[in-house]
Design a protein. Structure first.
Lengths: 824, 427
């Protein structure tokens, strides 16, 4: 909401018409003679070679899946194989004009794109560059196999063997594959050739590619980004969000002082008419042609075009023109490449949704045969030459396949010998101050001149004065200030760091954590995102994949659902699916609300803690907030950072020396004993810490019990050591949090503590969470969220009956059974 | 017809009241005007009197319970009437609900009301619920947790209940000993029954502990028993003398057992190998004699210790020994006094036992069994047959620690000392 852009009521009500310009459809008209002049005979023949290579690769996979045999070699592959037979011309056409710096992201049907981009890159890299890439990749494991066991006459041929073998070994889940076999068919990629991850979630690459484009733009890197997906994916929210996000007005109007440069991203749709079996044009969509979508996103209509994807030369022509537009800062672009998948969606597809006549007609229109005919007719090459290529491709494929199924040369991960092989890849656990050392971070003013930084210098960094009286809220250095300090420190240290989310700039974030960043940071490092949670988180994933650090915010934890796939499947999994090749330095800030009803007050720690690959923290004090944020921002793993709106203004009540002004780290996973005691342990998650303090006070004053309060601080990872030690001492534990009690982190902790300290327990660990209801209005808060009295009631009723205690909350066994029975 | 009694509403703002006490229990006769229960609001307290006569059929809330106003609290009617219609929440209650609920929450953190020994920590189905922590503490301190009064939720024995037992000095479970079990299984002498009739008696925890420690003792050491007897004339005479002058001289009632214990303590000073603990890789020889005395208590066998017995006069020894025996029998002995013995004496003499094989209490290496006095004959000085009182001593030693000869020498020295008891006193 920049003040510079005045919303004028006198203007917005003026009558006018929205005008559209024509979107070209199949307007490629160049003759072969023109193309021969441009590319030369060899290149035209190479295009055939690349298409034939892809066709043979997928024919081999199809034979393996359907007949367990290819060219006399037996093999069965239980994993997925989504083939794109028929789409080779589109893939090769797209890749032709792309350079190493141009990045492609794909879908679950991307074997062709991977090979096309790889073959194109091999053509563009020098022998020295290729040799270096191959030698350095996976310590030379992949290269060793092809170097010793395939035939090649040049480095380029070796590199082609390397590409085919690396991709196939990955599909067959071999440790010599591009991702050690952990990605598989739908997730294969090879960054040195500019092939970025493909995605098994339809449209999953949309927001991720957006993030890569953001990385290129914000860090001034060369190259464009191509988001490949099918026409079916245009029904996906994240794809539409990404298209909208990439067209944000501010990028051209406000970023770089309004230099007018757009994001370098091409949304490339391989439009094969079907999303699995649903026919997009005519059944599941209403756009008639995908290219029309461009008109919905910006006045330039995303320079949308629809081209004949069965003619590689038409695709080359279109991508070439769009690339130039993107390089000139006129993006984003949209390309609708019409193609057809002759093969089924997967080998189990019996094509009940289309007629045999339709498939036959498209087989007759086969782009490879048509291209060959055209070349022979135009005198580019003879049938004999093409036959020779065919034979060579087939022989090469056979020998690559034999290598990829050879258990000795291409072994699977040995989890008996190394049981932690996958566990060790779940997190990268690195500590990196700057992801691009040497480059000066772009800022608008020196940090000391930032108004928030100046104001914080006057705040009290310990909550109490020397008489033990608490300073007024206005004077306190609060939780939000701790978060701010760690974040601004990182902005001045790491030039790749960017932050965005809804209402981050100007407003300062809905809860004022970012107040003061607007003054310090240029737009391309700190901006307001559209209300597009999928695109916000998904783009952070792409940004991190490329080597940057992103801090993204969802405002309310309740919006996690809006970015479900991006958090659960993308952010969480890419480090391990890439066998550690990718890092994921993302901090996803989510705030747990209060006073805001059922859809704005939920603690969803359990959802994120359940997903392998995410780190989850929930600090409750300014000291912990700063230390854990600094740790998260120094790390290379995705961290879901929970905050609570109840306590943003809480001062530091525990560290007498106050919150340090300098940078310090709190290791993730270490719970903190906030108050020592001997009679009962209270383990808190998040803001309930302060209600536990009240409970401890009453337990002491009324019942003579000394409670030990442990603040979990982190949820994943979590060191149970200090908790178990405490339980050994006290024999009793209550676990408290604001989340609904059922299937909560608290329940998980209770179960683990029982396992670890059974013999020391005087009663089962008791969970005090919120009721399994909707969150009612604020006035009924105390009936829903745990209170000090609920904690004491739970202790008296379930652990240690307290003299004279008349419980308000119902902790009886009958009630428990009844609630479970009713599911409430 | 059964009539429910509701919790009255004492004022518009009152939502619920707390029952402070019940004057009637289920099955009691109720007359119109009788006080049924007392209750209180946050401001004042009231008594509820019966409006009808009959029998108290059901009590739906216990003492300390908070009852919403206008809810049914109890039911009065004729014995045997169905009261299920009046159950809490309007649902039909099982017949068992007619019992008054236990008022468990109220006394809570206070010391348990009932005497530990009087209450068995048993649930209705006979199971004892005990927390793992309480069980661990009971095992560590050798306390029988079934004696604890449960104060935890749902009648569970929790740590503090075991602590209460320990604070009160309730008996530890018995150590390994030789005497017969206190609780002999009840077996009826079946008169030549054609088919075997029997009764299965479940092992008490005390029995289980004895069983385990006895078996461990025999399984893990090399025990052998030496028997001898001595002329008890001297000690009988001495005892008679003490008895006659006890009152005048302010002496204890000194028993024959006291005399044997005294003699053993004095004699052991010269036989350190037997006043010892066998600790696998070493033998711990004690400077002084800490005499364990086996006692048959109502709960089983206990072995309280008289520390530094070799330094005590016979009178002091008798006094001390009586004190610990009584503490053990009454069940409030300090657990420290149930450990630490370096040697044990066990006496089955009063049962007329002539000889037996006492079982060692590890890690001690020897135990002395004292048998009854029998009249025996022997050749007198003039060759004529004469009778004399003979007492048998059965010494079990652990052959891993002590050989037969030193054991026999000790027995011989002890017998000599007892035969010349007055001289021993002079030592």
């Amino acid at each position: 909401m920049p003040k510079s852009q005045y919303v004028d009521p006198n203007k917005v009500f003026e009558p006018e018409f929205i005008k559209f310009k024509d979107i070209p459809v199949n307007q490629y008209k160049k003759t072969l003679a023109e193309e021969e002049k441009e590319f030369g005979k060899d290149e035209l023949v190479r295009i055939y070679h690349d298409m034939r290579t892809i066709r043979e690769f997928e024919t081999m996979l199809n034979e393996v899946k359907t007949k367990s045999e290819y060219n006399g070699v037996q093999y069965s592959n239980p994993g997925p194989a989504h083939l794109s037979i028929g789409q080779e011309a589109s893939a090769v056409g797209e890749a032709y004009n792309l350079d190493i710096n141009d990045l492609t992201f794909g879908s679950h049907r991307s074997h062709g794109e991977i090979l096309a981009k790889g073959l194109s890159s091999i053509q563009k890299l020098s022998d020295e560059e290729l040799t270096k890439v191959m030698e350095e990749f996976l310590g030379g494991d992949t290269l060793k196999v092809v170097k010793e066991h395939t035939e090649f006459k040049s480095v380029k041929e070796l590199a082609q063997n390397f590409l085919l073998y690396g991709a196939l070994a990955e599909i067959f889940a071999r440790t010599t594959g591009f991702n050690r076999g952990l990605g598989g068919s739908m997730h294969a990629f090879f960054i040195p050739f500019g092939i970025m991850p493909n995605n098994a979630i339809v449209g999953g690459s949309g927001p991720i590619a957006l993030g890569a484009a953001l990385y290129k733009y914000s860090n001034h890197k060369e190259g464009i980004v191509v988001a490949n997906f099918g026409d079916g994916a245009t029904g996906r929210g994240p794809v539409l969000e990404a298209m909208n996000f990439s067209n944000m007005d501010q990028i051209k109007k406000l970023w770089n002082d309004g230099a007018g440069k757009g994001l370098p991203i091409l949304f490339n749709v391989f439009d094969n008419f079907y999303g699995m079996g649903g026919q997009t044009r005519g059944e599941t969509m209403g756009f008639d042609m995908v290219a029309r979508l461009g008109a919905g996103f910006d006045p330039d209509e995303m320079h949308a075009e629809r081209v004949n994807g069965y003619d590689p030369l038409a695709v080359i022509d279109a991508v070439g023109r769009q690339k130039k537009l993107l390089q000139a800062g006129k993006g984003p672009c949209l390309l609708d490449v019409v193609t057809y998948r002759v093969s089924g969606h997967s080998p189990s597809d019996s094509s009940t949704y289309r007629t045999p006549e339709e498939i036959e007609a498209w087989k007759e229109a086969d782009p490879i045969l048509a291209y060959r005919k055209k070349m022979v007719a135009g005198g580019i090459a003879s049938d004999a030459e093409f036959d020779a290529i065919d034979e060579k491709v087939k022989n090469r494929m056979t020998s690559i396949m034999k290598l990829a199924i050879n258990d000795e040369l291409s072994p699977r991960m040995d989890l008996d010998k190394n049981p932690n092989a996958i566990a060790d890849l779940m997190y990268s656990n690195q500590h990196v101050a700057s992801l691009e050392p040497g480059r000066e971070p772009e800022v608008l003013i020196p940090k000391e001149e930032d108004p928030r930084v100046k104001s914080l210098a006057t705040k009290e960094r310990y909550a109490f004065d020397k008489d033990g009286k608490m300073f007024s809220k206005m004077k306190l250095f609060g939780v939000r200030d701790g978060l701010f300090e760690a974040i601004i420190d990182k902005f001045y240290e790491d030039p790749t760091t960017i932050a965005y989310g809804e209402d981050n700039r100007d407003w300062g974030g809905a809860f004022a954590v970012y107040r003061g960043l607007t003054e310090a940071l240029p737009y391309h490092r700190f901006f307001n995102a559209p209300i597009s949670e999928s695109a916000i988180v998904g783009s952070a994933v792409g940004y991190a994949m490329c080597g940057g650090r992103a801090i993204v915010e969802l405002m309310y934890a309740d919006f996690i659902g809006c970015a479900g796939d991006e958090i659960f499947n993308q952010m969480a999994k890419w480090q391990s699916m890439s066998a550690g090749i990718l890092k994921m330095p993302i901090v996803l800030r989510v705030s747990v609300g209060s006073k805001y009803g059922a859809q704005h007050s939920q603690d969803w720690t359990a959802l994120t803690a359940h997903i392998p690959g995410l780190k989850v923290v929930f600090p409750a004090t300014p000291y912990d907030a700063k230390g854990l944020m600094a740790e998260a921002l120094e790390g290379t793993d995705p961290v879901v950072f929970f905050e609570s709106q109840r306590i943003y203004d809480k001062g530091e009540e525990f560290h007498k020396e106050g919150v340090p002004t300098g940078k310090f780290f709190i290791p993730m996973g270490e719970p903190d004993v906030k108050v020592p005691g001997k009679d009962i342990t209270i383990l808190t998650i998040g803001a309930v810490l302060y209600r536990a303090l009240d409970a401890a006070k009453e337990l002491k004053e009324k019942y003579g019990l000394e409670a030990e309060i442990i603040d979990a601080r982190s949820i994943v990872p979590f060191n149970y050591g200090p908790v178990v030690e405490s339980v050994k001492k006290t024999g009793r534990i209550v676990i408290v949090g604001d989340a609904c009690e059922r299937n909560s982190v608290m329940r998980d902790m209770a179960s683990t503590i029982t396992e670890l300290a059974f013999d020391y327990l005087d009663a089962p660990p008791v969970v005090v969470g919120s009721r399994n209801w909707i969150t009612p209005c604020f006035e009924l808060d105390d009936k829903f969220f745990p209170q000090a009295s609920t904690i004491i009631d739970a202790i008296s009723e379930k652990i240690l009956p307290l003299a004279g205690r008349v419980p308000k909350a119902n902790f009886t066994t009958l009630e428990k059974i009844d609630r479970c029975k009713k599911g409430v | 017809m059964a009539t429910p009694v509701i919790m009255p509403r004492q004022g518009q703002s009152v939502e619920s009241c707390i029952i402070t006490s019940w004057a009637k229990k289920v099955g009691d006769e109720v007359k119109e005007g009788d006080i049924l229960f007392s209750y209180e609001t946050d401001k004042s307290s009231f008594d509820e009197v019966a409006q009808v006569s009959g029998t108290m059929l059901a009590i739906l809330y216990g003492e300390g319970d908070e009852v919403p106003c206008l809810e049914n609290v109890c039911v009065i009617g004729n014995a045997g009437e169905d009261v299920s219609a009046f159950a809490k929440g309007g649902e039909a209650a099982p017949a068992a609900a007619a019992e008054a609920p236990k008022a468990e929450a109220a006394p809570a953190a206070e010391a348990p009301k009932a005497e530990a020994a009087a209450t068995k920590a048993e649930n209705t189905d006979g199971r004892v619920f005990v927390s793992p922590r309480a069980k661990l503490l009971a095992e560590k301190t050798g306390v029988d947790y079934t004696l604890a009064t449960p104060t935890g939720p749902d009648g569970r024995i929790i740590e503090r209940d075991i602590q209460t037992l320990l604070d009160k000095g309730v008996q530890a479970a018995p150590k390994a000993e030789a005497a017969p079990a206190a609780e002999a299984p009840k077996t009826e002498a079946a008169p030549a029954a054609p088919a075997a009739e029997y009764e299965d008696v479940k092992l008490s925890n005390v029995r289980k502990v004895i069983a385990r420690s006895m078996h461990d003792s025999l399984a893990n050491s090399a025990q052998l028993t030496l028997n001898t007897s001595f002329d008890a004339t001297s000690i009988q005479k001495y005892r008679a003398g003490v008895k006659a002058n006890a009152e005048a001289m302010g002496l204890q009632n000194i028993t024959l057992n006291d005399i044997v214990v005294f003699a053993a303590a004095k004699t052991l000073v010269d036989f350190k190998d037997l006043n010892a603990h066998f600790l696998d890789d070493k033998i711990r020889l004690f400077k002084d004699v800490h005499m364990g005395i086996a006692v048959d208590t109502p709960r089983g066998l206990l072995v309280p210790t008289v520390f530094n017995a070799n330094h005590l006069s016979l009178n002091d020894l008798a006094k001390e020994s009586k004190a610990v025996i009584n503490e053990a029998k009454e069940g409030h002995i300090n657990p420290d006094k149930l450990a630490g013995a370096s040697f044990t004496v066990t006496n089955l003499g009063s049962f007329g036992i002539e000889t037996f094989t006492p079982v060692i209490n590890p890690p001690q290496v020897a135990i002395l069994g004292v048998c009854g006095i029998q009249t025996r004959v022997r050749a007198g000085k003039d060759g004529a047959v004469e009778t004399y009182p003979a007492m048998t001593l059965s010494l079990t030693i652990d052959h891993r620690a002590v050989d037969g000869a030193p054991g026999a020498k000790f027995l011989k020295a002890l017998a000599t000392n007892l035969e010349h008891f007055e001289q021993l006193l002079a030592k």
